[in-house]
Design a protein around this ligand. Structure first.
Ligand SMILES: [Fe+2]
Ligand SMILES: [Fe+2]
Length: 203
């Protein structure tokens, strides 16, 4: 089985596997990767907070996302520990081209529930891609502690991915969700295909 085939099967239905060169260059720039990763965890927490504020009346959504905010903040703390114990610098936030491009795909207007669907699918997609990248890091980098660290985070983000998809299917007709999810997957593959491979970015 080729690398692409074996990866595709294991990567939560993403349509384009990460270029295998990425993990090698990421490992050489691990300080930048950890910094970028720390900001990704912050953004994951804040996007859940935004959903809680915007959809405060949806009890199950609020109760499901509340512990995820704490988990994502816990991830941020754990990334910061890795940076500090290595005497690395926590650098500045960079422009997040990947997320900016995905945000542009969010369908504007429509019902409130279709807006919720869009944002849940956006979050699910970022979780799925992060999960795939964490897996690559956990399997390929030399640092034993970071291998274990990225393995644990991969499991956690896979759980978040499932939760976001489940929430989307709870509040919207699952057939509509499934169809839109395929569109999101296709779009994400196109975005990734056009992006430069950089070792200083998680995405
Ligand atoms: Fe996380
Ligand atoms: Fe997550």
């Amino acid at each position: 089985m080729s690398w692409e085939e074996s990866t595709r099967q294991k990567m939560l239905h993403l349509k384009l596997p990460t270029d295998p060169r990425w993990v090698g260059i990421a490992e050489m720039q691990i300080e930048d990767i950890l910094t970028d990763h720390a900001y990704c965890e912050q953004k994951a927490a804040s996007s859940c907070i935004s959903l809680i504020v915007r959809f405060n009346d949806l009890d199950e959504l609020v109760d499901t996302l509340t512990p995820i905010v704490a988990e994502e903040w816990g991830h941020f703390e754990r990334v910061m520990d890795q940076i500090r114990k290595r005497d690395m610098k926590f650098g500045m936030a960079r422009k997040d081209e990947y997320v900016t491009q995905l945000n542009a795909f969010v369908r504007k207007g429509g019902s409130r529930m279709s807006q919720l669907t869009e944002h849940l699918l956006l979050n699910a997609l970022i979780e799925a891609r992060s999960c795939e990248r964490f897996k690559l890091l956990s399997q390929n980098i030399q640092d034993d502690e970071l291998q274990k660290f990225y393995y644990e985070l991969m499991i956690s983000e896979a759980g978040h991915y499932v939760t976001f998809i489940e929430m989307a299917r709870k509040y919207q007709d699952p057939e509509i969700v499934n169809k839109r999810w395929q569109e999101w997957l296709d779009f994400e593959a196109e975005v990734l295909k056009k992006m430069e491979i950089r070792g200083d970015r998680m995405h």
